[in-house]
Design a protein around this ligand. Structure first.
Ligand code: ADP
Length: 444
């Protein structure tokens, strides 16, 4: 208890005790002590009642009444309540200020921000960019269904995948030249944020980069072919002292040619959104070709197994898929020391939607890849060991190509690896890419 509260208590006790004592004393003088005590006590109680009534009256007057200056416990109670009320009011004012500041910040964000009610999928609030980028109108679109106002949103898949859902790229409904990347983000149990960002500039830069790489590779192709041709015409037996240099030049020019070809393949794949041609690919033939290539590259240094366990074929682009698979097989041979084992497996599996998909896996007993490198391994020119990749004739583009080809087939590349034990690269295809295997005579 504070000292002011303590003295207020003492004063109040005094205010009760003094009239009661005085009444008792007067009663004693008049030989009627009980009557004197009763009158004194009544006066004290009456006084207290009056103080309580005036406290209640002042409290009900609201915040404009000044606090009572009396020094008794009722004055103290009123002062304490007044102080608490003032601090609550200050906190409330601060919170409202912060809320206004957040709302103002969200309003001027360059990204469109829309608050959506999770269950009803109705629009609760949106900022200015919601109007300029998505064409939402205030107040008409408040409470409107987000799916009706912005058709084509994969709301069901976004709601189930939550924070991990893939963003969707669409053209702005107001301006076809603006590309928007939309994401739905949960931020409370009931409310989710739909964020739309203008990614036109990013896409433009990405396109410029792709065009630049494609143009440079294209320009390099002709001079390289000429150089390669002349080098092939040189006969080392005519000038034996030049033989090692000619061999090295031939090796380097082949490497450059391969690099240019891989860069061209990659930019061709990157600029596609769908496949050039789609057909049923007989997997028995594909597996046999992969086996031949592995044997040719290995030159007898590895044990090579091909395990065809699925009675299904693939539907897609044969050239692109062959390039993806053969990159994986070539890597397995190149990054596995002599004596190692390489196994190519084709098998069915249950895909993410519970239907029967299929997977092609390439497993080796090679050097393996440290876990820290795995997230970046499919980036262009990303290598775990640059010297090992160069020695083995790698361009650093193989896995990038494989990943792009698989993306175009809505397939997924899964990589598992243990250093010193080996790696498994698996290409997982959904049921839409799988076809029952045709009897051989029907293919012919
Ligand atoms: P590269 O032409 O260098 O092989 P890739 O894109 O095919 O380029 O592979 C990228 C890097 O991934 C390689 O440089 C190598 O370090 C690593 N890598 C790929 N496949 C394997 C594998 N089977 N075993 C070990 N490392 C691998």
């Amino acid at each position: 208890m504070t000292s002011s509260a303590r003295s207020a208590w003492l004063r109040t006790l005094g205010l009760v005790g003094v009239p009661t004592g005085a009444g008792l004393l007067c009663g004693a003088i008049a030989h009627r002590p009980e009557l004197g005590l009763a009158i004194g006590a009544l006066a004290a109680v009456g006084w207290q009642m009056w103080r309580i009534a005036s406290l209640v009256a002042r409290l009900t007057q609201g915040r404009h009444a000044r606090p009572d200056a009396s020094a008794d416990i009722y004055g103290e109670i009123e002062r304490l309540l007044h102080r608490r009320q003032a601090s609550t009011r200050l906190r409330k004012r601060r919170l409202v200020g912060m809320l206004r500041a957040y709302r103002a910040a969200a309003t001027v964000l360059p990204d469109a921000v829309i608050v959506v009610e999770r269950d009803s999928q109705r629009i609760v609030w949106f900022n200015e960019a919601g109007t300029t980028l998505l064409g939402l109108r205030y107040p008409n679109d408040i409470d409107a269904s987000v799916v009706e106002r912005l058709p084509g949103l994969p709301m069901a898949s976004w709601l189930t995948r939550g924070r991990h859902a893939e963003p969707l790229e669409i053209a702005s409904p107001l301006n076809g030249n603006i590309t928007l990347s939309l994401r739905l983000l949960p931020y409370s149990d009931e409310l989710w944020l739909l964020v739309a960002r203008d990614v036109s500039r990013l896409l433009q830069l990405e396109q410029m980069r792709r065009d630049f790489v494609a143009n440079v590779s294209h320009e390099l192709r002709t001079p390289l072919t000429v150089l390669h041709g002349y080098l092939d015409m040189l006969d080392p037996s005519e000038q034996p002292e030049w033989a090692p240099m000619i061999a090295e030049m031939q090796r380097q020019s082949s490497r450059m040619t391969q690099l240019v070809e891989d860069l061209l393949t990659l930019s061709r794949l990157e600029s596609r959104v769908d496949l050039p041609s789609e057909e049923v690919i007989p997997m028995a033939g594909m597996l046999a070709a992969l086996r031949r290539e592995a044997l040719a590259l290995s030159q007898g240094r590895h044990e090579i197994d091909v395990d065809d366990r699925a009675d299904v074929d693939l539907f897609g682009s044969p050239k692109e898929l062959h390039s993806a698979f053969s990159n994986l097989v070539a890597n397995a041979v190149r990054y596995t020391p002599a004596g190692g084992r390489i196994r190519v497996t084709w098998e069915t599996e249950i895909d993410m939607d519970g239907a029967t998909g299929a997977a092609l896996s390439v497993t080796d007993t090679g050097y393996g890849i440290p876990a820290a490198h795995l997230p970046r391994i499919t980036e262009r020119f990303y290598r775990v060991s640059t010297s090992r990749s160069r020695e083995s004739g790698g361009t650093g583009l193989g896995l990038s190509i494989a990943k792009h080809v698989l993306n175009l087939h809505q397939a997924r590349l899964d990589i598992r690896s243990d250093v010193g034990v080996g790696s498994t690269f698996s290409c997982h295809f959904g049921a839409a890419r799988v076809r029952g295997r045709q009897p051989l005579e029907q293919i012919a």
